[in-house]
Ligand binder design. Structure first.
Ligand SMILES: Cc1cc2nc3c(=O)[nH]c(=O)nc-3n(C[C@H](O)[C@H](O)[C@H](O)COP(=O)(O)O)c2cc1C
Length: 351
C-alpha cells in the first residue's frame, strides 16, 4: 500500500474497511486470553442444545442472545451497504448492533443516510457512536444527543482510542480534558451511554474512574482481536519501524474482563466483553467470567466480505449454536444459571 492515505473521514473509514478485509489486522503476540481457561464438560448431560434459552435484555429491550455486533461503519456507500446487512441479520437473530462513528454525518449531514438502519432493525438495541476525540475538539452534549436521534438509537457508545490517535498520521495528538469531557457528556446526555475501548482494553484505574460516572455500560474491547495500531501502520508504512511491543500493546480481553468484574461488582452498570471474542466457546467463557454481553466486530465484517448477508447469517448461526452446545455440556438451560457454574471454568495457566 502506498502512503497516499486520505485525511478525509469518509475515505479514511473506507480505507479501514479495505485494510481489515484484505490484510491480517489481528494482534500478533497478544491473545485475548480465553485460551488460558478451559471449561469442564459434563458428558452425562441430559439436556439438548434445543433446550437452551440465551435470551436476555439490554436497556429494557429483549434479545434472543447476549450478543452485539460492535460499531464499525457508515459515512460512505460501502459503509451504508454493510450497516444495512448487519441490521437485517441482527434483527433476524434479535441481537444488538452499533453503527460506526457518526462524526462524518455530524460534519456532513448528506452522509446521514449511511447510518440509518432502524427500518430494518426495528426492535433490537441499536447504538449510536462517537469518539471521545471529537469531544476534545468541541463536541458537547448537543452532538451526543444528535447522534442518538439521527438514527433513533437506544443509546450512545463513546469510543476511546488514544493509542490509535497517536499513531494515525492525522489523529488527535492531545485528548484535552478527556476525563472532564466524559463526565460532562455522561451527566448531560439524556440517553444511556456506553464507554468503549477499541481493542486496547482499560486499566483498572481507568475503569475505577468510569465506574464513578453514570454510564449504562462499559465495553472493554480488550486486546487479542482487531489491532488498530497495526491498521494505522498499514495506512502509513513510514511507521513500519515502530516496535512490535508498541504495536501489540494492550490488555488481553480476558484479563481486562476479570478486572472489570471486580471494579463494577455490585453496580447496576453492565459489562460488555469484546476484543477477539470470535467464537461461541470464548463467548461462554466471557459470560462465565462475569460479562453481561459479548460483542464482536471484525469477524462480522469478514463474514460479509465472504458471502454478504448469507455469510453473516451463517457466522451468527454457528456462533449461537456453539454457545448452546457449550451450555448443554454444562447442564444449564438459562444464562442466569451459567455464573453458578463458574467452578467448571478452570484457568489452565495460573496467574
Ligand atoms: C472495520 C472496523 C471499523 C471500526 N470502526 C469503529 C468505529 O467507528 N467506532 C468504534 O467505536 N469502534 C470501531 N471499531 C472497533 C470495534 O467496534 C471493536 O471494538 C474492535 O474491533 C474489537 O472487536 P473485534 O476484535 O471483535 O474486532 C471498528 C472495527 C472494525 C473492524
Amino acid at each position: 500500500m502506498d502512503q497516499n492515505f486520505s485525511s478525509n473521514t469518509t475515505s479514511r473509514k473506507d480505507e479501514h474497511l479495505k485494510i481489515c478485509i484484505e490484510k491480517d489486522v489481528k494482534y500478533e503476540s497478544v491473545a485475548s486470553g480465553f485460551d488460558n481457561y478451559t471449561i469442564r464438560p459434563n458428558i452425562l448431560t441430559e439436556i439438548s442444545p434445543d433446550d437452551i434459552d440465551l435470551s436476555t435484555t439490554l436497556l429494557g429491550k429483549s434479545m434472543d442472545a447476549p450478543l452485539l455486533i460492535a460499531g464499525m461503519t457508515g459515512g460512505s456507500e460501502k459503509g451504508k451497504e454493510i450497516n444495512k446487512i448487519i441490521a437485517k441479520v441482527c434483527d433476524e437473530f434479535n441481537i444488538g448492533m452499533g453503527v460506526g462513528s457518526q462524526r462524518a454525518a455530524i460534519e456532513n449531514p448528506a452522509l446521514t443516510d449511511s447510518f440509518l438502519v432502524r427500518d430494518s432493525a426495528v426492535n433490537i438495541p441499536l447504538f449510536a457512536n462517537l469518539g471521545i476525540a471529537q469531544f476534545s475538539s468541541g463536541y458537547s452534549v448537543k452532538e451526543a444527543e444528535k447522534a442518538v436521534e439521527m438514527i433513533n438509537a437506544d443509546g450512545l457508545t463513546i469510543h476511546i482510542n488514544p493509542l490509535q490517535e497517536f499513531i494515525q498520521h492525522d489523529g488527535h495528538k492531545r485528548l484535552m480534558n478527556i476525563q472532564q469531557n466524559l463526565k460532562d457528556v455522561v451527566s448531560g446526555c439524556k440517553y444511556p451511554i456506553i464507554v468503549k475501548s477499541v481493542g486496547t482494553g482499560f486499566s483498572k484505574e481507568d475503569m475505577k474512574y468510569l465506574s464513578s460516572l453514570n454510564i449504562a455500560a462499559i465495553d472493554i474491547a480488550g486486546a487479542g482481536g482487531t489491532n488498530w495500531k497495526k491498521i494505522e501502520m498499514y495506512r502509513n508504512p513510514s511507521l513500519s519501524d515502530l516496535s512490535s511491543s508498541l504495536i501489540n500493546w494492550g490488555i488481553p480481553t480476558a484479563d481486562c474482563l476479570v478486572n472489570a468484574v471486580d471494579v463494577f461488582a455490585g453496580s447496576s452498570k453492565k459489562i460488555i466483553a469484546s476484543g477477539g471474542i470470535w467464537n461461541g466457546m470464548d463467548a461462554v467463557k466471557a459470560l462465565m467470567l462475569g460479562a453481561d454481553y459479548v460483542a464482536f466486530a471484525l469477524p462480522a465484517l469478514l463474514a460479509i466480505s465472504k458471502d454478504s448477508e448469507a455469510g453473516l447469517r451463517k457466522f451468527i448461526h454457528n456462533y449461537i449454536l456453539e454457545m448452546k452446545i457449550v451450555l448443554t455440556m454444562l447442564g444449564v438451560t438459562k444464562l442466569e444459571e451459567l455464573r453458578k457454574k463458574k467452578n467448571l471454568l478452570m484457568r489452565k495457566i495460573p496467574h
